[in-house]
Design a protein around this ligand. Sequence first.
Ligand code: PLP
Length: 400
Amino acid sequence: MEFSQYHVDALMKVTHRPEVVFTEGRGMWLTDHAGRRYLDYMQGWAVNCLGHAPDVIHDALSAQARKLINPSPAFYNAPAIELAGLLTANSCFDRVFLASSGAEANEGAVKLARKWGRLHPNAAGERRHEIITFHHGFHGRTIAMMSASGKAGWDTIFAPQVPGFPKAELNDIASVECLIGDRTVAVMLEPIQGESGVIPATAPFLQALRALTRERGLLLIVDEVQTGMGRTGALFAHQLAGIEPDIMTLGKGIGGGVPLAALLCREEVACFEPGDQGGTYTGNPLMAAVGVAVTKELLRPGFLGQVKEMGDYLGRTLLRLSERHGLQGERGAGLLRALQLGRDIAPQVVEAARDLRPHGLLLNAPRPDLLRFMPALNVTRDEIDLMADMLSQVLASHGQ
Ligand code: PLP
């Protein structure tokens, strides 16, 4: 089928889309309307943790769809109970609320912290509601999450913002300390800032933040929507720093491509009462069954070790590319990595990689001078080598 035969104008233009309609996907590969294949290093922005259309998700979806799709969040269902049990058994958290998107889980985290701040007022007896977040952070696209995010321009685009999110500098503990006031209730951050270019919060910074928040009676919230569910080689990225936060949010990988997210907290913080939080699709068994299947796959012995091994291999491969083409190095953890190009050519590189023959390569450029790599967690060495060959070809043709 020709691209012109699709009536794309009925869709809102919320992003610049190339003239490609994807029709099929399998593992690390996508196929478009013309039958052309692409090696996919975006994977739905780090969503397809087991690659495109894995059998475990197909099987979980079809089996659950035949049994029960949505009895309403007003009732228990077995997959939601099982998923919550798997998540609490493998983390420092005790309670789980299931949602459908990362932004929705983060909204829940903010509500939970504000409720807790009402129950634990300051010395003057006033409720605490301010949550310190970080410049360049990204927490989603609802109005409140755009306010919590530190993305340039987001403070004005849909002004007025939701108040109560002062911004500190990542990896600068003094910048957090000086924002703490008598209305502060929590600090919220991504263990690795993903959308702003794969910028890790260092382990010493995370440890200092945990100590500071404990000392000052504040909650520590980690947004692991991008870094959680094995992406860094640990089940959750904060575990790499050896810290135990009070609240964590998950999204993306937990559903392996379907709309599923989660808000987790420790028992002491679990202060929602009936009516405080909900949503028509929250905890529906169809998505929760996928979450169970994905989580069990990640917990299979050796799976996370393999993610770490492939992450190290991807890191070494990107470093070699950097040396060969005179770039600025690589950074990241596990299978969330970035290549620093040193010049603002990333959008052109993305386009040229997509147009490569015989197969295209799908890459992501969160910044004009940087490429981000988010392959499936079961990516193979051969698929990393192939990507490196393809990218090397593109870089050479861009004078690198
Ligand atoms: N938090 C982080 C760290 C993210 O990377 C994202 C999405 O990229 C979100 C939140 C928002 O998730 P969603 O797009 O599912 O709402």
